[in-house]
Design a binder for this molecule. Structure first.
Ligand SMILES: [Fe+2]
Length: 284
């Protein structure tokens, strides 16, 4: 078991992402499918309680089903060692921060364009480090360093293909984003927008910033990042090169600092069960 956890963690540590077929055993997959096919109201994202306060708020509303389903999902997370995998990647303690069932209706629009989960979307209101921390609150709330991050576990409940809702992740891009965050928190560069791949590339292409990045990461990683992401300058700013085409029951696990996108679910609805683990301790 230790070996399996280490193999998964090592790949995430190295490339920022790992894909695993048949991650969920059939019996559990069937149970999960029954749960998520229950009729939903309103939002396409169905959140499940994780923290005690969230359980209490469900219990007050007599929503025992949500509580039970959440406990079942936590059992799966335990069986698949999500916490241990995250902690091995972080080299630090991790905690479960979110479970949701993400349901996307069939559409010709991308689920989300190329981005990373921590970058500032709009730098207009970012005038100080404090603003930066608050803009990136999800990741930085408990650990205000450039080394804070989360691990996302996507378990597919429908098959995904390049033209049908697959996730693509640029390998090694987490190193670039991590380094940019670190330069901002060390006040070596201004906190500016780098959520979208286009803005991130604009930063990395600046000579002064590139020199600073060289001090932190290998030149090869920066060169490959620029080469791998050149497609974003094309008229159709997309590529299928980094897609993970998965059957239901498979999983893609990635560092939220990685650059990624969700392709359009052109043929069918897409359903993903997502777990997010955050690093919780302070600096080593
Ligand atoms: Fe994302």
């Amino acid at each position: 078991m230790k070996d399996k956890i280490n193999n998964i963690s090592d790949e995430i540590k190295e490339k920022g992402v790992v894909a695993i077929d048949n991650f969920l055993e059939n019996k559990d997959l069937e149970t999960v499918l029954k749960i998520v096919k229950e009729p939903k109201k309103g939002s396409m994202e169905s959140y499940y309680p994780v923290y005690l306060s969230q359980y209490i708020s469900k219990l007050i509303k007599f929503d025992f089903k949500k509580v039970n389903n959440s406990l079942f999902f936590k059992k799966i997370a335990k069986k698949l060692n999500f916490k241990e995998i995250s902690e091995t990647v972080f080299g630090a303690k991790a905690e479960l921060q979110m479970i949701d069932c993400y349901h996307n209706k069939q559409s010709n629009d991308q689920i989300l364009s190329w981005h990373n989960d921590i970058g500032i979307k709009d730098s207009k209101n970012i005038n100080s480090l404090k603003d930066f921390y608050s803009a990136t609150k999800a990741t930085f709330s408990k650990n205000q360093t450039g080394d804070a991050r989360g691990i996302k576990f996507f378990i597919y409940l429908t098959d995904v293909k390049s033209d049908n809702g697959s996730l693509a992740v640029i390998p090694y891009s987490d190193k670039i984003v991590k380094s940019i965050c670190s330069l901002i928190t060390k006040k070596k560069i201004e906190p500016i927008s780098f959520w979208s791949l286009k803005n991130l590339r604009n930063l990395v292409n600046q000579k002064i910033i590139q020199e600073l990045l060289y001090e932190d990461i290998q030149k090869e990683i920066i060169d490959n990042f620029l080469k791998n992401t050149n497609f974003i300058e094309n008229e159709i700013a997309d590529t299928t090169q980094f897609d993970y085409q998965m059957n239901r029951g498979g999983a893609v696990i990635f560092d939220e600092l990685s650059v990624h996108r969700g392709s359009a679910p052109k043929k069918t609805d897409r359903i993903v069960l997502r777990f997010v683990y955050k690093k919780i301790n302070t600096l080593n």
